[in-house]
Design a binder for this molecule. Structure first.
Ligand SMILES: NC(=O)C1=CN([C@@H]2O[C@H](COP(=O)(O)OP(=O)(O)OC[C@H]3O[C@@H](n4cnc5c(N)ncnc54)[C@H](OP(=O)(O)O)[C@@H]3O)[C@@H](O)[C@H]2O)C=CC1
Ligand SMILES: CC(=O)N[C@@H](CCC(=O)OP(=O)(O)O)C(=O)O
Length: 308
């Protein structure tokens, strides 16, 4: 018997990618409201009450509204928005970090933000293993494809081809900082410098480490080995071997991917390191992560339907 999945916000950037990943799968029947009904509260409520699972691909306010409308139903929810990521009673949908059983058994999953996916993947295992301190003031510099900003940013970048680079979050306080701090297990909020480039998808998340100045920090090799041990299954998150390429490129033509690759680069004298996560903001950074959690919640193979 197949399970019904309502994609609320299926016409949006994340929703379309989730529909693509689930579309050909016999385990799921998709409930998608047509254009005339997709914002109609009573149609959405009816779908929420009919479905086994709902994936909310909405802005925060509409996601909160959907959760309220679902009250009294049996539906299990995966919320792609920022609304519930540090809310009590919600499980953070990052199986590698919070545990696969926690995700499999949850009824309310908050899908991680795209930038936090890279940052937490790099820092959480190292802090947990005592290879980096929890109380260091970390920084995170990141670059995203413009699809990370949804339909509005896509339209802006596709209309104004003259934008070569967009820095933002200049007043600090980006909405991703609370989840980064919480799930990386940090004592201080990281300084977060996000930016956007004229590529549809793709993401680079980097944590520079002045190792010689960080009390208790492990060596470059020990950091890489710590990450490799943590992600030993290599299913979705992979740790690159040691090596220093002359350059690394994000390509504007990048194909959709649900993988996440972590790199640890270090200076020859071992005093400095750069932790780098490379991912697709729409893959492991959004839709791929939602499908991974859905697979686990439905008791299916974790990577079913993912592009790896
Ligand atoms: N894009 C990304 O890389 C990532 C996105 N996310 C999060 O996922 C969520 C969705 O983002 P994204 O897909 O990028 O955004 P989009 O703007 O592309 O899509 C949002 C969709 O929601 C629809 N919508 C708006 N209000 C309602 C409503 N009241 N009822 C039903 N549908 C509504 C919009 O309609 P209309 O088409 O008419 O505008 C649109 O289709 C956001 O919370 C975002 O922060 C998370 C991680 C990464
Ligand atoms: C490029 C861009 O604008 N990115 C978005 C984050 C995308 C994401 O992760 O979505 P959530 O809003 O669900 O956290 C931003 O910085 O607000």
């Amino acid at each position: 018997m197949s399970l019904s999945v309502f994609i609320d916000g299926a016409a949006g950037t994340t929703g379309l990618e989730i529909a693509d990943r689930l579309g050909g799968r016999s385990e799921f029947d998709l409930i998608i409201l047509d254009d005339t009904r997709r914002k109609d509260s009573s149609a959405r409520k009816e779908a929420l009450h009919a479905a086994d699972f709902a994936i909310l691909c909405l802005h925060d306010d509409a996601a909160r509204e959907a959760v309220e409308m679902a009250q009294g139903s049996k539906v299990r929810i995966i919320d792609a928005s920022t609304a519930h990521r540090v809310t009590p009673g919600w499980t953070y949908g990052f199986p590698e970090i919070v545990g696969r059983e926690a995700v499999a058994g949850a009824d309310r999953i908050a899908n991680p933000g795209c930038y936090p996916t890279g940052f937490i993947a790099l820092v959480a295992p190292l802090v947990r293993a005592g290879l980096l301190p929890a109380d260091w003031p970390y920084t995170v510099n990141a670059v995203s494809g413009y699809s990370g900003g949804g339909k509005a940013l896509i339209e802006r970048f596709e209309e104004d081809r003259d934008i070569a680079f967009r820095a933002y979050g200049l007043g600090m306080g980006h909405k991703h900082v609370p989840e980064m701090t919480r799930y990386a297990g940090l004592a201080h909020a990281p300084v977060f410098a996000p930016s956007v480039i004229p590529a549809h998808r793709g993401m680079w998340v980097e944590v520079p480490l002045p190792l010689a100045a960080i009390p208790g920090a492990a060596s470059v090799d020990a950091l890489r080995e710590g990450l490799a041990a943590f992600y030993a299954d290599g299913l979705i998150v992979r740790v690159a071997e040691a090596g220093t390429p002359a350059e690394m490129l994000l390509r504007a033509s990048m194909a959709p991917s649900d993988a996440l690759t972590l790199h640890v680069f270090g200076s020859a004298d071992g005093t400095q390191a750069r932790l780098v996560a490379v991912l697709d903001n729409l893959g492991k950074g959004a839709s791929g992560a939602a499908v991974q959690s859905l697979n686990l919640m439905a008791g299916l193979p974790e990577t079913a339907g993912l592009a790896l």
